[in-house]
Design a protein around this ligand. Structure first.
Ligand code: PHE
Length: 341
């Protein structure tokens, strides 16, 4: 066999090997220079064609041309492959394609409800206070005028954290009233949002953990009219200015007199529907005039000061407002549910 053809076989094998090992643009460029440039190995083969005996020239020349074409093909194929896999795809990027949507979160409906209620009271001159979720019997019950062993304590099924039942998870936000009054002298105008706990069976209408907003207003000469005026002003802003309301007597150990506030059902406007259980009214909060015993516990003189307090359950208010008939849905965090608020 012609020595030049032997050399060309050798170069083909070398080229195959070098190409297989070239894994990026720079390595590929080095392969090109070594084999395909003006003084590369392929060009050198053609250079040596002049020394081939004249009668062999046509066949050897043809073989070299085939070699060169094949090497060029292989090289271009590899180049295309590399460009595709390294994301170097210039022409393949279609700038007219729609972008990829990124879903963004929204504030939780319970947070939204708290913020809205808070904002209404802040605009009336209330400020915000917080208290601990782990409470003592003293703040959750005793200072709120729940006598020891009194059945009123059973109104709120309690999670106790200590054997002697002295440490517990607060069952309402009312203990923050006590902490607020211990800290400051009247006038007091405070809104106290927070999480509360009750040892109850979970159902469509009750959870073991939910939220309340407490309100407290203490000053000289505060009357039940102030309570009504403030809460009606709130209800008109939150539920709409045409809302009807009524107060019905009830009992809380820490307020006297005590009342539940009802508003006309905003779904049926009072004519009766599923939401108001066909009664036309919705209970939205509990309230009352602060009991003189409570003032004694915090060192306020009940002869000098009077005040009112109220408390409302946020999950209940949000479920009425948004027509959610199972409050467990607020805590399943299903985005299909949460997206709607
Ligand atoms: N703490 C009461 C409850 O959880 C609500 C309330 C607060 C009532 C303040 C009167 C005054 O049911």
């Amino acid at each position: 066999m012609n020595a030049l053809l032997e050399k060309s076989d050798h170069i083909q094998r070398e080229f195959d090997e070098a190409l297989a090992q070239a894994n990026d643009r720079d390595e590929l460029e080095r392969v090109r220079i070594r084999f395909l440039s003006r003084n590369g190995l392929v060009a050198q083969l053609f250079e040596q064609l002049k020394d081939v005996p004249i009668e062999e020239k046509p066949s050897v020349g043809k073989a070299l041309n085939i070699l060169k074409a094949r090497i060029l093909d292989q090289f271009n194929e590899k180049k295309r492959l590399l460009e595709r896999s390294t994301g170097d795809r210039g022409k393949e990027l279609d700038l007219t394609l729609p972008g990829r949507p990124r879903p963004i979160g929204t504030r939780h409906p319970i947070t939204q409800t708290i913020d809205e209620i808070r904002q209404i009271f802040v605009s009336m001159g209330f400020s915000i206070a917080y208290g601990p979720e782990i409470e003592s019997d003293y703040y959750n019950f005793e200072a709120l005028n729940f006598p020891p062993d009194h059945p009123a304590r059973d109104m709120q099924d309690t999670f106790f954290l200590s054997k002697g039942k002295k440490v517990l998870l607060r069952t309402h936000t009312s203990p923050v009233q006590i902490r607020t009054m211990e800290r400051q002298r009247p006038p007091v105008r405070e809104i106290m949002p927070g999480r509360v706990y009750r040892n109850e069976a979970v159902s469509a209408r009750s959870l073991v953990s939910f939220h309340q907003i407490e309100g407290l207003y203490v000053d000289r000469g505060v009357t039940f009219s102030d309570l009504k005026g403030t809460l009606v002003a709130f209800a008109r802003q939150f539920y709409g200015k045409d809302v009807q309301y009524r107060f019905r007597p009830t009992f809380f150990p820490f307020t006297e007199p005590s009342a539940d506030m009802h508003i006309s059902c905003f779904l049926c406007k009072g004519s009766g529907c599923r939401m108001c259980k066909y009664g036309g009214w919705l209970e939205i909060l509990g309230a009352g005039m602060v009991h003189p015993h409570v003032f004694k516990y915090v060192g306020y003189d009940p002869e000098k000061y009077s005040g009112f307090a109220f408390g409302m359950g946020i999950e209940r208010i949000a479920s009425l407002r948004y027509g959610v008939d199972d409050i467990r849905m607020f805590y399943e965090n299903d985005v299909r549910f949460l997206r709607q608020f």
